[in-house]
Design a protein around this ligand. Structure first.
Ligand code: FAD
Length: 468
């Protein structure tokens, strides 16, 4: 393998591998340096994919236990075999990470297994996993080193009793009691998995609401639905310390507003208070690459770091820490390097929580519009009035569309309900095209479909929903 490249990408996650494949498609000689043995980064190895595989299995299990009898399906006794569930999850991960290796071969991207650093512009030094070092000359370097879970002082993760998401997707048995620190996306998804499988799950959250950043009204409904499913919430509560021993973990918790501290006990504690950019060992300070006060690499809208030929994308730069955002940035960055143009609007990156029902949002929340002083209209439609949701029995939730009061342009769409993540796609597309609520309302939606709830919410923006 020649060590002279047009593009060297450091990090083989969704940002890095997409950047590498796109660069190669554009005729650039490309290598991707990845410290893990497998490609796919956090997302494929320990993030999106394994968590969704477990969400799927636990959802089917919960369905068998709670939703079959009323449909006349008799199930004598459903049991969960954790080892088989985990083996299936591992197989899904293995197949998908192997798929990226195949795509690298197909596109002639060189996969360098090792830890990369940037001693100077135009050069990437790799400590090879197999031993030894290799230096790659690179006209362009893309940093795509992603993120890691944020630690909490006083709560030491041992991945046995006190686990991060990585430990929580690999437990060997269903805990009797689990405490999740953090009511964000990861905490609620993995809390749901173990709750459905039989654990008593309590969620401790510093803020007085769940899913910070998402539309507050939608989140309130989500909390009610999850509480009905058995999740217990302690909001406005601060974890100040944790002690783990063989039998479990004791957490010290106190109200954020002041008041009596209490101790909560659990077999497993999941620390899920967010993720932070990971740029250790790259040599960024010496190179002159600047970071903001939260550790994200500073880039302009072309992903340039300010050091000639050095770009950064994905979770290690500002914006939503999501796989599809990293992928889009990877493709755009490669296209810019190849002399093309492109940009990403972070306001139009959808966010989805894969609980059941799902929670999904794009664009501005109602709180943001109020804060920005925007004159807006709201249209809402509940799934309880949607005929398809009636057929499937999935009537919890609502679609909410926010549109500019003067122009009718869609400014935001927020959904809690069945398949919310997929339903949101039409709102994302409408917003990308500068569409209006009227555009969505006038679009034909097949019947009976969950999508009709989106159409009706758009009609409701103008006060003319039909089915409510
Ligand atoms: C439990 C969990 C569930 C998630 N679910 C979702 C979801 O459903 N949907 C969604 O959109 N997002 C989800 N995410 C977030 C998603 O995983 C990230 O946003 C995404 O992986 C970011 O991609 P990236 O390429 O920027 O970084 P990463 O995927 O973190 O990849 C970075 C890679 O760089 C490698 N690396 C780091 N430093 C070096 C170095 N110096 N040399 C060589 N290699 C290096 C790392 O080993 C890693 O493989 C989830 C995350 C977690 C933890």
């Amino acid at each position: 393998m020649s060590d002279q490249y047009d593009v060297v990408v450091i990090g083989g996650g969704p940002g890095g591998y997409v950047a590498a494949i796109r660069a190669a498609q554009l005729g650039l000689k490309t290598a991707c340096v990845e410290a893990r043995e497998t490609l796919g980064g956090t997302c494929l190895n320990v993030g999106c994919i394994p968590s969704k595989a477990l969400l799927h299995t636990s959802e089917r299990y919960a369905e068998l236990q709670h939703d079959m009898a009323e449909q006349g399906i008799k199930v004598s006794k459903a049991e969960i075999d954790v080892a088989t569930m985990m083996a299936r999850k591992d197989k899904v991960v293995q197949e998908l990470t192997g798929g990226i290796a195949f795509l690298f071969k197909k596109n002639k991207v060189d996969h360098v297994k090792g830890f990369g650093s940037i001693p100077k512009p135009g050069e990437v030094a790799v400590k090879l996993n197999a031993g030894g070092e290799q230096t790659l000359q690179a006209k362009n370097i893309i940093i795509a080193t992603g993120s890691e879970s944020t630690p909490l002082p006083g709560v030491e993760v041992d991945e046995k009793r006190i686990v991060s998401s990585t430990g929580a997707i690999a437990l060997d048995r269903v805990p009797k009691r689990m405490i999740v620190i953090g009511a964000g996306v990861i905490g609620l998804e993995l809390g749901s998995v173990w709750s459905r499988l039989g654990a008593e799950v309590e969620v401790v959250e510093f803020l007085d609401r769940i899913l910070p950043g998402m539309d507050a009204e939608i989140c309130k409904q989500t909390q009610r639905i999850l509480a009905k499913q058995g999740l217990k919430f302690h909001l406005g509560a601060k974890v100040t310390g944790a002690k783990a021993n063989k039998s479990g973990v004791t957490l010290d918790v106190e109200p954020v507003k002041g008041g009596d501290a209490e101790q909560l006990k659990a077999d497993i504690v999941l620390l899920a208070i967010g993720r932070r950019p990971y740029t250790e060992g790259l040599g960024l300070d010496a190179l002159g690459v600047r970071k903001d006060n939260r550790g994200f690499i500073r880039v302009n809208e072309h992903f340039e770091t300010g050091v000639p030929g050095v770009y950064a994308i994905g979770d290690c730069v500002p914006g939503p820490m999501l796989a599809h955002k990293a992928e889009d940035e990877g493709a755009i960055c490669a296209e810019i390097i190849a002399g093309q143009s492109g940009h990403i609007d972070h306001n139009l990156v959808p966010g989805v929580v894969y609980t059941w029902p799902e929670v999904a949002g794009v664009g501005k929340t109602e709180e943001q519009l109020k804060e920005d002083g925007v004159d807006y209209k709201v249209g809402k439609f509940p799934f309880s009035a949607n005929s398809r949701a009636r057929c499937t029995g999935e009537t919890d939730g609502v679609v909410k569309i926010l549109a500019d009061a003067r122009t009718d342009k869609v400014l935001g769409c927020h959904i809690v309900g069945p398949l919310a993540g997929d339903l949101l796609a039409e709102a994302v597309l409408a917003m990308e095209f500068g569409g209006t609520a009227e555009d969505i309302a006038r679009t034909s939606h097949s019947h009976p479909g969950m999508g009709e709830a989106v159409k009706e919410a758009a009609l409701a923006v103008h006060g003319r929903p039909i089915h409510i």
